[in-house]
Design a protein around this ligand. Structure first.
Ligand code: S3P
Length: 429
């Protein structure tokens, strides 16, 4: 583990950056390309470690995937073309890889075993293994099937009618992927709307899925066909620069080609409500995922309450929203966000601990946090705790620090944004 001296006390972030490909869509492009029939070509694929873990797992399942310069060529042979892996499937740090992969493997009549890193070993898997077991998959794992390592023998799935106990796109997607292989029609009900990239992909790959508010209906036995996928920029990565532009004096940043799927744009709603000077220029080219350019300028911000069905639309942005709130006048309250406790780290604890270290006034609550603005950030030694989004949030926080700031374990950032520091440095005058 290394540590990095961060840039501090900056004035003015100016320029244009093209945000790297969306992580959620990149994972799904590999998965759908692998279970479809024929060739799939992907452009602007995110070469982050999480997505590379997905590629490596599907190669072990017998799929040919060529990767050059953020472009993929995948030769899919349908669900039936996947073959029993001779090695364990290692998902690294990636919750999306393991949970969606289990949905696919649940329908495959062979044995596989799944492992991941230390963080994955702490993340709850019963939210996925319970419904998949109910559909007929045989799954076991550490602590009565709750945690990795997990073993799975799939095949012969029955459809399911399932109300999700948590608003989770990973769980929803795992059941949809299993449902595509079941004998009959499955119905899934989400407590709150979550990101719908899986549903959009099914349609893009020529399949069928129906949505009626929070109710999703998917038929089994569908045949998907290979296609082309242009991955838009990741709004969750753009979020770091949106906040940086808003809180650093004398800034103006243009973020090109950012995904603007309405199930992901909670950060934009929040920033506008807080008073950010943020302009959106929607792309008019037709695409299965909407996108556009975002222009952010230094802003005068005020505290707000963030809660309820907005939370799933910005769940990954809460660490950077917490930093934003430290620079707003008044108090910001984030509630209904207990899911933060089971992300790559317990993000209520890691955000509060590390921002406090830098001098922010912030308190943890049972389901979120309370942030008192406006804080002067001093400096200090902070840690990513191995969590990419905590690492990037702290690097942005440091820009405001009055004295030295050091980040331990900055490597974690390559999980979702390998060229983050290159982009950040390009904006500093
Ligand atoms: C994701 C869903 C969310 C999100 C994660 C990516 C996805 O997780 O936090 O980064 O691609 O489906 P949950 O489903 O656990 O909320």
């Amino acid at each position: 583990m290394t540590s990095l001296n961060l840039k501090t006390n900056i004035k003015g972030l100016n320029g244009k950056i093209t945000i790297p490909g969306d992580k959620s869509i990149s994972h799904r492009s590999v998965m759908f390309g692998s279970i479809a029939h024929g060739e799939t070509k992907v452009t602007n694929f995110l070469p982050g470690e999480d997505c590379l873990s997905t590629i490596s797992c599907f190669r072990k399942l017998g799929v040919t995937i060529d990767e050059t310069d953020n472009q993929l060529r995948i030769i899919g042979k349908g669900f039936d073309g996947l073959t029993e892996p001779t090695e364990v499937l290692d998902v690294g740090n990636s919750g999306t890889t393991i949970r969606l992969l289990m949905g696919i493997l649940a329908g495959r009549p062979f044995f596989s075993s799944l492992v991941g890193d230390e963080s994955i070993g702490k993340r709850p898997m019963t939210r996925v293994t319970n419904p998949l077991t109910e559909m007929g998959a045989r799954i076991d794992g550490r602590k009565n099937g709750s945690f990795t390592p997990i073993s799975l023998r799939g095949g012969g799935l029955q459809p399911i009618n399932y109300r999700l106990p948590v608003a989770s796109a990973q769980v929803k997607s795992a059941i949809i992927l299993a449902g595509l292989q079941a004998e009959g029609q499955s119905t899934i009900i989400e407590p709150e709307e979550t990101r719908d990239h899986t549903e959009r992909m099914i349609i893009r790959f020529g399949g069928e899925i129906h949505k009626d508010n929070q109710k999703i209906i998917v038929k089994g036995g569908q045949k998907l066909t290979g296609t082309t996928i242009q991955v838009p920029g990741d709004i969750s990565s753009a979020a770091f620069f949106l906040v940086a532009g808003a809180i650093i004096p004398e800034s103006e940043i243009v973020l090109k080609d950012v995904g603007l799927n309405p199930t992901r744009t909670g950060i934009i709603e929040v920033m506008k409500k807080m008073g950010a000077s943020l302009e959106i220029v929607q792309n008019d080219k037709e695409s299965f995922e909407p996108s556009g350019d975002l222009i952010i300028k230094t802003s005068k911000l005020k505290g707000i309450v963030i809660e309820g069905d907005l939370i799933p639309k910005l769940i990954d942005e809460i660490p950077i929203i917490a930093l934003l709130a430290t620079q707003a006048e008044g108090t910001t309250i984030i509630k209904d966000a207990e899911e933060l406790k089971v992300k790559e780290t317990n993000r209520i604890d890691t955000v509060v601990q590390e921002l406090k270290e830098l001098g922010a006034k912030i308190e943890a609550t049972e389901d979120g946090m309370i942030i008192y603005g406006k804080s002067v950030l001093s400096g200090g030694t902070v840690s990513s705790h191995g969590d990419h989004r905590i690492g990037m949030m702290l690097a942005i926080a440091a820009l405001l620090c009055q004295s030295e700031a050091k980040l331990e374990n900055p490597e974690a950032i390559s999980v979702s944004y390998p060229n983050f520091f290159e982009h950040l440095n390009s904006l500093i005058k």
